[in-house]
Design a protein. Structure first.
Length: 129
């Protein structure tokens, strides 16, 4: 997808946002409640506007490329991705209730996690034929 070129200061800001999103996504590999795929998709969006080389590398990535390509090309979230998101949001909610976190924590998980799951589960699972 081709975009209108960004002015140089914005291009740098968007590139830094892509790098930050990539870093957060990489951290999410080891932190159970931090999702990886959404941050990699956000990084791909940032790189598509700021660095064609980084965008190509992310799309070709052995670990994240498939999810990024599916999202960018078809607006698809795989069943595996949907189940993973559901599992981690529910695990976060159970953890917050089990360890007696402040009352706003489970409420925030229900609100934001519920909104996230509504979005995820309303996306197609496979590309349209």
């Amino acid at each position: 997808m081709k975009h209108k070129p960004l002015p140089e200061p914005w291009k740098t800001i968007v590139f830094v946002a892509g790098m930050a999103s990539t870093l957060i996504g990489l951290i999410g590999i080891t932190v159970p409640v931090l999702p990886t795929a959404p941050f990699m998709i956000l990084a791909a969006l940032c790189f598509s506007r700021s660095s064609e080389a980084f965008h190509r590398r992310l799309r070709a990535s052995k670990w994240f490329g498939k999810a990024v390509r599916q999202w960018e090309d078809h607006g698809v979230i795989s069943l595996h991705g949907k189940l993973g998101a559901t599992f981690f949001i529910l695990a976060s909610l159970i953890y917050s209730l089990w360890f007696k976190t402040p009352k706003w924590v489970p409420l925030a998980i229900i609100i934001f996690g519920g909104a996230g799951l509504a979005f995820v589960w309303t996306r197609p699972t496979k590309p349209r034929s």
